[in-house]
Design a protein. Sequence first.
Lengths: 286, 286
Amino acid sequence: MTICRLGYLGPRGTFSEDAALIYNSRSERMLREHPTIASVITALMGGELEEGLVPLENNLEGGIAATLDLLAKQDGIYICYELVCPVSQCLMAEKKMEAGEIKQILSHPHALGQCTDYISRYCPEAECLPVESTASAAKSVLGRPGTAAVANRRAAELFGLTLLAEGIQDNEENTTRFVVLSRSDHPPTGNDKTSLVLSVPDGPGTLYQTLGYFARRNINLTRIESRPSRRIIGDWLFFIDCEGHRSDPGLVELWEELKQAVPFLKLLGSYPKSSLPAHIPGRPDN
Amino acid sequence: MTICRLGYLGPRGTFSEDAALIYNSRSERMLREHPTIASVITALMGGELEEGLVPLENNLEGGIAATLDLLAKQDGIYICYELVCPVSQCLMAEKKMEAGEIKQILSHPHALGQCTDYISRYCPEAECLPVESTASAAKSVLGRPGTAAVANRRAAELFGLTLLAEGIQDNEENTTRFVVLSRSDHPPTGNDKTSLVLSVPDGPGTLYQTLGYFARRNINLTRIESRPSRRIIGDWLFFIDCEGHRSDPGLVELWEELKQAVPFLKLLGSYPKSSLPAHIPGRPDN
């Protein structure tokens, strides 16, 4: 039997690697680091990977634009699993220093956005500089006194940095939802969710009418996110998650109704509902 | 009479400065550059400004998280005007070179996100590095051969750079919507919009029920954007724009109904509907 190849958004030392390690603890996969979300999806389509793990949304910052846009336009890939991972942001630097002495703080824009309260209170003089990942922020503080990074604990270990503060995110319930993508979705388990994306016809009340198809069948929406469409029919796309598997009779009927009613409709997949993982499993530190 | 002081998100050479200059051509204001969106709003609350101009959403990338979150939690400021400005992204460098020779591309993450198709086609080897503004990207390419910036034409002029390509954004209809904030909103003009933010009660069908209040009064929604709430009641906030002024009888009645129906409701203001500006007015180049 061939080992399943799982691609994830690198580099090592990011929250995506944390999520890949959590997922991998279920059954062993060959982990492959990718530089971008688009590259994970291209490798999946090209048959170089069986599965790809990408971030979908953060409960403070909202949807990850790159993932949502690619899912809306790419045929033949489906969500087959979700993981909701707690995010604990840490402040780190090469050597111990007080938060007030920090001149510059580097991190991914989402991570900086998650720590605005802490930064404005404890490091009001610091300049925030966005970089491409939390791991590259951590790596970049080496040899730069006065500069700190916001990243995860794992990054501090990887690059030998000193932790100045832990859990500095604005909201203690900061979580990121990752999804595993594959060329087919997950069979029913009895406790599932279904993700889809649609646009609604022009005119007043059309989103209201569309949500009515779900409400009349008592299908609970667990999330709705509207995004401007990128060249896809309609001005707005609505990313909707609802309870149930696409093979459930209620969802089968809903799908037939929606197909008639909306100009654009695409299944993103059915998959088991996540329960929060207890912890990140132990891992070698090579 | 005192001249009105208008704060905007700096630095000079960004699309926000373009928008401030367009707005200023209506009647002259004293322009004040601010380093962050939060600082514009703080200065407005503290009486150092009469008006503040900030970006609200881009039609490709979606809502500007910092503006939406501040509007949802800050009492006493209202949207009094909107401007929808076309965005033309340009590729620029210190000296003329071919797109394929570019090793690094610097820009604000939103601007990089707007040009992903162009960059992956013409500069597939280039590494994209997010920085804090399009203007700082332009400034940073000085003295760095092989490095280009994505920014507006104005930035190329300000920093004496060579334009390599113009209009490189994925979508020709790329626009950013800016709003002018003030301590009061705009009187009715007969062609107005109203912005509000609300959360809906827990349970199935509650967003559907809430949108029903608008649909039954034939109040047209021009935009809905859901965002995870940050410490405000409810898991999600819905930013809604609808047609009409809050003093219109239909909207007065809608407001009374919504107040009873939803756990959180906040007026963001009524203001005249934007028509696209023809061009950016001429300006001194000091």
